[in-house]
Design a protein around this ligand. Structure first.
Ligand SMILES: [Cu+2]
Length: 119
């Protein structure tokens, strides 16, 4: 046999396995990731308390119905999400230990307040 010949399919096979091994669980995780929807309206967030599963990555989807932009922010873990009026955006949070994690709206500091409660 030509020395290089068996190497090509072996490499291709290894690459296919590596790709499959990485790609399949990533897709499964994305599908399973819990998503929580929050609406910014009249300078507030609705709902203000969001119960999330502890130790689990989750997606926050924010829709801004304010007249102007809003910036959703948490300090621990640090996250910022700027959303223009009429726009929906999402961000993914890392797994949180059980506890309460406040969030606020940068542009409506006095009224836009809420919290994640990880249980
Ligand atoms: Cu900010």
């Amino acid at each position: 046999m030509i020395p290089a010949s068996p190497m090509i399919p072996a490499t291709a096979l290894a690459a296919a396995f590596a790709f499959g091994a990485l790609a399949a669980p990533a897709v499964a995780r994305a599908d399973e990731m819990p998503t929580f929807e929050v609406v910014a309206e009249n300078g507030r967030f609705m709902p203000e308390t969001i119960e999330v599963p502890a130790n689990t990555r989750f997606r926050l989807q924010l829709t801004n119905r304010n007249a102007g932009p809003e910036e959703f922010e948490t300090s621990a873990p640090f996250k910022e999400l700027v959303v223009g009026p009429g726009v929906t955006r999402s961000t993914i949070f890392p797994p949180l230990k059980p506890g309460t994690y406040p969030f606020f709206g940068e542009f409506h500091h006095d009224t836009a307040k809420g919290r994640f409660v990880a249980k």
